[in-house]
Ligand binder design. Structure first.
Ligand code: FAD
Length: 812
């Protein structure tokens, strides 16, 4: 066994093997892959997985991982045996709600270029003859789905990796410690050897938190028990010797899945309370004793759908474990504070091919080619790394694994973790609270219901699915903001202070816009990655010569902070500090915002003294505050920041000045429709690393002449070559038009793009949709269709922004 390696991958399950293979293909050499178990049936989760690969996912990233996995596994074999059986996959609907949801799922497949079909019960039974078509309403069929032989895939990938270059797989070798010195990985100490290395990739899945904790890298996942059984032979399949011919099958209304094993059938069930196992209590294999009581109700449901299973015995039964994360997404990427330390955990077999490719690209080029923010190890806020939170959320993910989840569905527990100092005031206004990164944020206020008397004509009513987690009050709050004035709770925003002698130069290196502007200037900018993909979208305010405040949305804060820390100079010339919890914030917006501010602030807040995109330290009553003349809702107004202990007083003071002018408190629902009318992009939806600023319509915030910055070279190339797609605004042609996000945008049978954001624009009286379209379809006036639950709605590309294109409101 080597004592020196360029890279040590810990864990030789499907994720470790896939990563090793892709890294070797990208030219990495001198890789050691070690596992505590024997190769390649190591005793990890991969050894137990029945291997069902259903590709469709609401996340484009996850669908992309799965699509790549299928393509890769289809090309692999071990000892002449295939690593994948492309038998197709069917998800059946028992209930009307599920049948509707399968139509939504079909929309995702279209959005993400995955072939899929809806089937009648008869068509389902034609493909799975042992299924009773009488009990279902229909099915969703993906011809490319199938069954992976995960251990064969590991063996094939390991051999292919070894052929590519120097990759050594070592079984029966347990890593006990990762040595870190001066913030960099130095070695992996195993029970056989100490291996000097500069890079470690942790692919230890359910065991990952243990080694992670030892180097201070929190990996929020937990092992959950999961049972799988294989029946005795079925008479209906007598004589069948082929491993699998029927499509794999999901019965999500009963939280179960099935696959054929030659003349028998396998059943996996989530139909029981989650059984969590602390990573520190794990032994060497990912198995636990089988507990029959967890299977009883699943058994009855299985027999109803597949009658040949009635009164059959299950000679093979085991209880394996695999990892769940707090948000059901993998945990991938570099440790922000440890050079050379990487992780790829919380990954299913289904996604392992794509994850291996993505992590290899990321480790090689410093950035992945696919946007991975949903899986980024640095996305978690501090509360989401606590044991209690991890346990609560992972258990809930297990319960909900097959549930129909509304895009705005709110988690029930744990709640009330992060409260603004004026939370009690928002409660008194009967805020309908949504959770965001642990914060409680009002989506609308029931106290505003009386406004509907004046505005209901302008607020189209909703029913059914699109009416969930929605209230017409959002429309009224939107309209009052446009006509008078409203206060918005903004405490959840991420606030990062950058200071020191190197601060300006550092921010110039990160930002696509020029940062070197006078003190008091607010600069809107993107931070790009090396490919000119949009990594962060934020404002930078110059507070002093060498002190800046970086402000970004709450949800992406930790991700933005990690990017900033990774790119900070190591010479101590720059300090990057998360000061989010030090300040509470209120948005004061609307045509009467200046009247409100003048009542409580002795400073000159006229347009001349306090112009758009500037910041001033002002007093509000006796409160020292920082006000920024910016607005994400497209109206005159300010974001006002005050030290947290003044937060309650800040709210009360502004509230008392706002009320007499007919002002209100407005929530996140109004905020979103206001920003969409004004064409403001949302990071994670319209913006992420797969899009560049030219495509996103943000060329106005690039300064190519200011000197070098990350992504500049790529930007110049893109500018020269031109773009092939563009972010567009669309409005529906008929009042029935509806979208909530991720629906396909089509021209006839051709998919053009998908919906990145959608909301009703109450001021302009139109339902607005944003999405990227091929450049030839991006001209205003182009007619398209948006498919919502299987129904096509005509829409037209329009000039954007739809509201106040002349910027008169903002600059008044
Ligand atoms: P593992 O396969 O667990 O590999 C991690 C490896 O790390 C192990 O081999 C372990 O021995 C090694 N290791 C840990 N600590 C150390 C150490 N200190 N030193 C050295 N080595 C160490 N997924 C699907 O996509 N479809 C399915 O149908 C499916 N069904 C499943 C059914 C069951 C019953 C189970 C248990 C899982 C199922 N999964 C399924 C999930 C899937 O199996 C896992 O998510 C996947 O195999 C994880 O792969 P991995 O390589 O990350 O982890």
């Amino acid at each position: 066994m080597q004592k020196q390696a360029n890279l040590v991958i810990i864990g030789a399950g499907i994720v470790g093997a896939s990563s090793a293979y892709h890294l070797a293909k990208l030219g990495w050499r001198d890789i050691v892959v070690l596992d505590q178990g024997p190769l390649f049936e190591t005793g990890g989760s991969t050894s137990h997985a029945p291997g069902l690969v259903f590709q469709t996912n609401s996340s484009k990233m996850m669908t992309g991982f799965a699509k790549y996995t299928v393509a890769l596994f289809n090309s692999l074999e071990d000892d002449g045996q295939p690593a994948f059986y492309p038998v197709g996959g069917i998800e059946v609907a028992y209930t009307p709600e599920r049948w509707e949801d399968l139509k939504r799922k079909h929309g995702w497949a279209t959005s993400y270029d995955l072939e899929a079909h809806l089937l009648t019960p008869r068509e389902v039974q034609d493909r799975i003859p042992i299924l009773d078509q009488e009990v279902i309403r229909g099915g969703y069929f993906v011809p490319g789905d199938g069954d992976a032989k995960a251990v064969r895939a590991v063996a094939a990938l390991a051999k292919a990796a070894a052929r590519e270059g120097a990759v050594e797989f070592c079984g029966e070798t347990k890593a006990g410690k990762i040595e870190v010195k001066n913030g960099r990985v130095q070695a992996v100490v195993t029970d056989r050897e100490r291996i000097n290395t500069g890079h470690v990739l942790l692919c230890t899945n359910i065991w990952a938190p243990v080694l992670g904790d030892r180097v201070g890298l929190k990996i929020p996942l937990v092992a959950v028990e999961h049972q799988y059984l294989i029946s005795e032979p079925l008479a209906e399949l007598a004589g069948e010797t082929r491993e699998i011919v029927h499509p794999i099958l999901r019965h999500q209304d009963c939280s179960m899945y099935f696959r054929q094993h030659a003349d028998a059938y396998g059943i996996g069930s989530y139909k029981h309370e989650p059984l969590l196992v602390d990573p520190y209590d794990l032994e060497k294999t990912a198995t636990r004793p089988f507990t029959p009581q967890q299977f009883d109700s699943a058994r009855r449901a299985a027999e109803e759908l597949l009658p040949p299973l009635r009164s059959k015995d299950y000679p093979t039964r085991f209880n394996g474990m695999f990892a769940f994360t707090p948000d059901a997404m993998p945990v991938l990427g570099p440790a922000a504070d440890i050079g050379g330390m990487w992780v790829a955990a919380g990954v299913w077999v289904t996604h392992a091919g794509g994850v291996g490719k993505a992590i290899a690209e990321w480790m090689t080029a410093g950035v992945p080619t696919m946007d991975l923010h949903e899986a980024d190890v640095s996305r978690f806020h501090a509360h989401a790394l606590t044991r209690s939170y991890i346990q609560a959320r992972c258990a809930q993910q297990y319960r909900e694994v097959y549930d129909i989840i509304h895009p705005l569905q709110q988690m029930e527990h744990p709640r009330k973790l992060r409260l603004s100092p004026f939370h009690t005031r928002l409660e008194a206004l009967r805020g309908a609270f949504f959770e965001s990164s642990g914060w409680e944020r009002p989506q609308w206020y029931a106290a505003n219901a009386k406004l509907l008397e004046d505005y209901k004509e302008r607020i189209p009513l909703r029913q059914g699915w699109e009416a969930r987690y929605w209230s017409p009050i959002q429309g009224a709050e939107h309209l009052v903001t446009r006509q008078r004035v409203a206060l918005f709770e903004l405490s959840a925003f991420t606030k990062i202070e950058v200071s020191g002698p190197g601060a300006l130069q550092y921010l110039e290196t990160l930002a696509a816009n020029r940062i070197d502007r006078p003190v008091g200037k607010v600069i809107y900018t993107a931070f790009l990655d090396q490919n000119a993909g949009i990594k962060c979208d934020l404002t930078v305010t110059r507070l002093d010569e060498a002190r800046f405040l970086v402000l970004a949305g709450g949800g992406m804060g930790m991700h933005d902070l990690a990017w900033m820390r990774q790119n900070a100079p190591e010479d101590g010339s720059v300090s990057v500090r998360d000061v989010s919890s030090q300040y509470s914030a209120v948005g004061l917006w609307g045509p009467m915002a200046r009247h409100v501010l003048e009542k409580v602030c002795p400073d000159d807040v006229s347009n001349q003294s306090f112009p758009y995109f500037s910041a001033r330290r002002i007093s509000i009553d006796s409160i020292p505050a920082l006000a920024l003349r910016v607005s994400y809702v497209g109206e005159l107004g300010w974001e006002i920041y005050a030290p947290a202990e003044f937060g309650l007083r800040l709210w009360d003071t502004l509230w008392e000045a706002t009320m007499p002018l007919g002002g209100i408190a407005a929530g996140g629902g109004a905020f979103d429709s206001l920003r969409l009318e004004k064409g403001y992009r949302l990071w994670g939806n319209e913006l992420h690393t797969e899009y560049n600023p030219y495509e996103a319509g943000l060329a106005w915030a690039i300064d190519l002449d200011k000197g070098n910055f990350i992504g500049r070279e790529a930007l110049i190339k893109i500018k020269e070559e031109g773009i092939s797609r563009k972010l567009c605004a669309l409005t529906f042609d008929t009042p029935e038009g509806m979208a909530l996000g991720k629906e396909p945008i089509l021209s006839g049978e051709r998919k053009l793009g998908y919906v990145t954001s959608a909301n009703y624009g109450y001021s302009v009286g139109k339902h607005i949709v944003y999405g990227y379209l091929p450049i030839e379809s991006a001209e205003p006036g182009t007619k398209v269709q948006v498919e919502y639950f299987g129904k096509r709605h005509p829409a037209t590309v329009v000039e954007e922004p739809i509201y106040d294109a002349e910027m008169e409101k903002l600059r008044s």
